[in-house]
Design a protein. Structure first.
Length: 252
């Protein structure tokens, strides 16, 4: 199976779903693939012992597929103002989680029909609310799969920027890996002064991320309490460090 085929299939399905939900994201969907034998999986496990190796989730795994759905330019631009996330950003966050969850199901069904084993990991809420560690990180999987590089705010900067939502599929299907970027996408990591994502945080969580991640999560829960009713789905989202980043919509 070719990456281009997967991308075309998922983009077509995403387009239909987005029309149904009456939201407009920046298509196409981005797809990256990592081989199970990539040494970065073991390196990730050594650095973050709580993170699962793909074969712990699927013993027959041979490939990891990571899907990135870019949020709309309008949602990003609307969320650049004020300290609270605005309606369009929250709605697209909720819709992106729905769409990605559906894409994971469809892709798994397709792979199973082809005779392969498959496990999907939904886009969010797969973490410990106590320790704030996830057994699976779509961002790290996306990095290994060549979708992008990390910014100072720990978000994955893809070709479509860091304003994306991610999901993963682990499969026994052998798929050619996508190459990783040859350069850093983050300006700071390229030696160019920026820090736009860090300055945008309304709770200054990046001063010391060891404690700041709890400030961030508390703020997200507050947002969810304030806005969930109008949207139905969880909206524990802020996105100020994404929307205000110079890399929000592309590689600077």
């Amino acid at each position: 199976m070719l990456v281009g085929h997967i991308q075309s299939m998922l983009t077509e399905i995403a387009d239909k779903l987005l029309r149904r939900f009456n939201v407009q994201f920046r298509l196409p969907v981005l797809v990256g693939v990592a081989n199970i034998e990539d040494k970065l999986w073991l390196k990730l496990r050594r650095k973050h012992p709580w993170h699962a190796h793909p074969r712990e989730l699927l013993p027959t795994a041979r490939s990891v597929i990571v899907i990135a759905l870019p949020l709309s330019r309008e949602a990003v631009e609307s969320n650049r103002h004020g300290t609270r996330p605005l309606g369009r950003w929250l709605r697209e966050y909720a819709m992106a989680n729905r769409v990605l969850s559906e894409l994971v199901v469809v892709l798994c069904e397709h792979l199973v029909e082809q005779g392969y084993d498959c496990v999907g990991v939904r886009p969010t809420h797969e973490f410990s609310p106590t320790h704030l560690y996830a057994r699976w990180s779509h961002r790290h999987a996306g990095y290994i799969a060549g979708l992008g590089t990390f910014g100072l705010n720990n978000m994955l900067i893809t070709r479509a920027g860091c304003a994306v939502r991610l999901a993963s599929v682990i499969t026994s299907c052998p798929i050619e890996s996508t190459p990783r970027p040859e350069k850093e996408y983050c300006l700071e990591k390229r030696g160019i002064s920026c820090g736009s994502c860090i300055r945008a945080c309304p709770v200054e969580a990046f001063r010391d991320w060891r404690y700041g991640r709890y400030l961030c999560y508390t703020w997200l829960l507050r947002i969810d309490r304030m806005y969930r009713d109008p949207y139905g789905d969880p909206v524990d989202a802020c996105g100020k460090c994404i929307a205000n980043a110079v890399c929000a919509l592309g590689v600077p």
